[in-house]
Design a protein around this ligand. Structure first.
Ligand SMILES: NC(=O)c1ccc[n+]([C@@H]2O[C@H](COP(=O)([O-])OP(=O)(O)OC[C@H]3O[C@@H](n4cnc5c(N)ncnc54)[C@H](OP(=O)(O)O)[C@@H]3O)[C@@H](O)[C@H]2O)c1
Length: 289
């Protein structure tokens, strides 16, 4: 990251509210982020412009008040901060398409594409373009996202602060080296899917044991939410919290024994590894394009 003096908190908030935010690709993540930014009150819907090739996506986006277009160049020409939110294999063609309308001194590119490296982004954009690579997740939609960001070679500290502050409107945002982002994809980028499957399975268990489906889903979801909040609020190790709820000879330790016999922890570790390796594979492809 290039060096630059940081700016104050209220100045960053002012800067965010005056920033025109563009999205290249208006799918699930772009919609989650755009809705999160708007709900935070810091970004006005009219300051967001989104492009997509899919008319259905554009209709969904128009319903939240943002400007839409099918022209990626129009997004870049009208934005200060451009979120690259297309699938990883589409990043290179899209950046080549917009290359001519990029102003490296004025614009900042924020890529959310899994596995696409800062180096390959910088190579596909005009020399000196400021790039920040981030890995968000879909709970951004309800301002409970988890994002890690890594500034590129030409990004200055103001860029990192701006992106971090913007992403904090949709959850937590930590800064880390790019080398960690594939593992971040494995834990939090793909993680909501594991949590949704866990909620569904817990609810299935409840239904099997006689609970109405809607009550079972509500209980399962609130239980994951509550347990997660306890980990974050108390700062205690999750193993310690687990021990505290396993009373000797009780129901919970019997359930834990069943989970251990079925390889619960090993399965989750394998899942994180599989997603990380897939992100790494996508990154290697983008580096050898
Ligand atoms: N989903 C997640 O939980 C998550 C989490 C972290 C990061 N990410 C990253 O976020 C990015 C987007 O993922 P997503 O899940 O939001 O995908 P998505 O729902 O498929 O959204 C991508 C959108 O881009 C559109 N598109 C395709 N080609 C285009 C082009 N040339 N110009 C403009 N738009 C184009 C697609 O239209 P068509 O459908 O017509 O092709 C689609 O609407 C990916 O790079 C992914 O790695 C996703």
């Amino acid at each position: 990251m290039a060096s630059n003096q940081g700016i104050g908190d209220s100045q960053i908030k002012d800067k965010i509210s005056n920033t025109m935010v563009g999205f290249l690709g208006g799918g699930r993540m772009a919609q989650a982020m755009a809705k999160g930014f708007i709900s935070s009150g810091l970004v006005r819907a009219r300051n967001i412009i989104v492009s997509d090739k899919n008319e259905e996506m554009l209709d969904q986006l128009e319903s939240i008040g943002v400007r839409t277009t099918m022209d990626n160049r129009e997004v870049v020409s009208n934005s200060d901060l451009i979120v690259v939110a297309v699938k990883p294999h589409i990043v290179q063609p899209v950046l080549r398409e917009v290359h001519q309308v990029v102003s490296p001194d004025k614009q900042l590119f924020v890529s959310i594409a899994a596995g696409v490296t800062i180096k390959s982004m910088e190579e596909d954009l005009p020399e000196g373009t400021r790039v920040v690579r981030v890995m968000p997740n879909v709970p951004a939609l309800v301002q409970a996202g988890a994002t890690v960001m890594s500034p590129g070679t030409h990004a200055v500290s103001d860029d990192a602060e701006l992106v971090q502050e913007l992403l904090k409107t949709i959850g937590i945002c930590e800064e880390g080296p790019e080398s960690l982002l594939d593992a971040v994809t494995g834990v939090s980028g793909s993680g909501p899917a594991y949590a949704f499957a866990a909620i569904e399975s817990l609810a299935d268990g409840g239904v099997k044991m006689g609970l109405p489906r809607s009550l079972a889903i509500k209980l399962a979801a609130q239980t994951l939410l509550g347990a997660a909040k306890m980990v974050l609020d108390t700062g205690k190790h999750p193993g310690e919290l687990k021990d505290e709820v396993c009373s000797p000879g009780g129901t919970t330790i019997c359930a834990m024994h069943t989970l251990e016999k079925q390889g619960f922890r090993g399965t989750l570790i394998d899942a994180v590894e599989a997603a990380t390796l897939k992100a790494r594979e996508l990154g290697a492809k983008s580096a050898n394009k």
